[in-house]
Ligand binder design. Structure first.
Ligand SMILES: [Zn+2]
Length: 207
């Protein structure tokens, strides 16, 4: 796993260099006399603040100018963000949570659910659904009528790219697997996958 904290503090050429290994699972180094290919299939996790001062968003006390906020967001290209399966806006925890609210679900319970979903993925010949492609992806992520209509409207409106469409279907399949459902994906599966792939609304993303 590669974890990049403060993602927007990395230089844009560095971030854009991640696009090819994320897509192909290899790093290609080409020099005058030779070209070498190294395996590079990894899980990319990244975090960033909503703005340079880190206070952006309600109730917030952001000290950044509008120009500074725009500059910060522009460091992430649209094509790079498109390659993240999940994009979540993490809200500031409230005071009661920080002072000790009710305990959440145990890691052991979550791990058992993940192991069960991975076992389902293994029946498709992959270790996780992110590796599904081609006909295996089509077969595993068949859509019912309403799910297909929902994705079609998003494609026509330009909300999803072709690459994004594949990622949405893989995430929806994983959500259904985690819930123990098989068969074609429904509208609810696609809706949930779309909620987990929100446009980072604090950013002025450019392509
Ligand atoms: Zn700020």
């Amino acid at each position: 796993m590669l974890f990049l904290d403060e993602l927007a503090e990395f230089a844009r050429p560095v971030l854009d260099a991640l696009r090819q290994p994320l897509e192909e699972g290899v790093v290609r180094v080409c020099r005058a006399r030779a070209a070498v290919c190294y395996p590079a299939r990894f899980l990319l996790v990244a975090a960033m603040n909503p703005c340079p001062c880190g206070e952006g968003g309600p109730p917030g006390a952001c000290r950044c100018s509008e120009a500074a906020r725009l500059r910060y967001g522009r460091r992430l290209s649209g094509p790079l963000l498109d390659r993240f399966d999940l994009r979540l806006d993490v809200a500031r925890p409230d005071a009661l949570q920080l002072l000790g609210g009710p305990p959440g679900e145990s890691s052991a319970a979550v791990a058992a659910r993940v192991a069960a979903a991975r076992a389902v993925a293994a029946t498709r010949g992959v270790t996780c659904n992110a590796q599904l492609s081609g006909w295996a992806l089509e077969e595993a992520t068949a859509l019912d009528h309403d799910a297909a209509a929902l994705l079609e409207s998003g494609l026509r409106a330009g909300t999803h790219s072709a690459r994004g469409l594949q990622r949405i279907r893989r995430v929806a399949r994983t959500l259904a697997d985690l819930a123990g459902r098989d068969g074609p994906l429904g509208e609810a599966d696609i809706c949930l996958a779309l909620q987990l792939r929100a446009e980072p609304h604090h950013l002025a993303v450019v392509s």
